[in-house]
Design a binder for this molecule. Sequence first.
Ligand code: KG4
Ligand code: ZN
Length: 333
Amino acid sequence: MTGKGDLILGIETSCDDTSLALVDEGGHVISEKTINQFDIHSGYGGVYPELASRAHVHALLPAVRSVLDDAQVEGPDLRAIGVTRGPGLIGSLLAGVNFAAGLAAGWNVPIYGVNHLRGHLRSVDLEERRLTYPALVLLVSGGHTFLAYLKEQQSIELLGSTRDDSVGESYDKVARMMDLGFPGGPAVDKLAKTGTPQVRFPRPLIKEGFEFSFSGLKSSVARHLKQNPDENHADVCAAFVEACIEVLMTKSRRALRQYPSKSFAIVGGVAASPQIRQEALQLAQEEGAILCLPPLKWAADNGAMIALAAWDYVRNDWPQTLKAETRIPISQI
Ligand code: KG4
Ligand code: ZN
């Protein structure tokens, strides 16, 4: 039984998932409801922002009813509400932030605006505390790619991020070139497993530092497909995935050597890739770090990670911030 003040409601609407969850202080997910919008956007090959915000508005009220009923709690009994304030699509963020503000006023509970990337960082501790510090974190999502060194939970040092496309974005764009549907990451990943690389795509910036660049790699795939229209798409996907993983792992290895870490975490939607999970395990073992991954279900965008991040605000007495923002400097996550 959960009592008064035991749970935080997390609300995530930064892109195309309406996801709400009730989470206790230990990171256990007591109830959760996620409504994805794949059917709405699949015809466009990407997220159609205006349709995304409208769909959030429709989905939010039934979703909050559902998580409260499942956990058998009432809104005013919650400890707080955490809502994604950014970065993300402004219309989608506004739908979530305004809805959350209305609930907080009506229930008279505190509300915290949570950075979406901080949410992903915290996803690794959902259901079970995994991360030990110092930790190296590789974030690979549809909107971002970066390596960060966390000496402790609150000290986040950004080592390098992408100069252009994120990894997830390049997976999605390669999927679009092959008509694999949306979202493209899981489809490319699945097809890649059935193929064998016949070509070696470039490994951008692999020899230096911690910055990434994936837009050239994506263009190489496009050029290759144009010049070799008969080549098996599974083989092309395998060659593309091989290049992505080699870049991600080489830079992570470099970082683990330069920044001694007890644990190595990979978070964000692309962390759902079984191939990346497997390679990361090997890398962590070789470098003497413990691999920490969010449970598969919590790798992609979800309200549970936002609720867990909001617990940090409650525990540390951080001020409430509630402004929807499309861009927040990573230094402020
Ligand atoms: O973290 P996320 O849910 O949303 C953002 O914050 O952007 O990440 C979504 C991204 C998409 O680009 C999607 O194609 C990719 O994660 N993704 C995958 C897999 N599952 C989702 N990429 C590769 N392999 C997967 N299994
Ligand atoms: Zn995300």
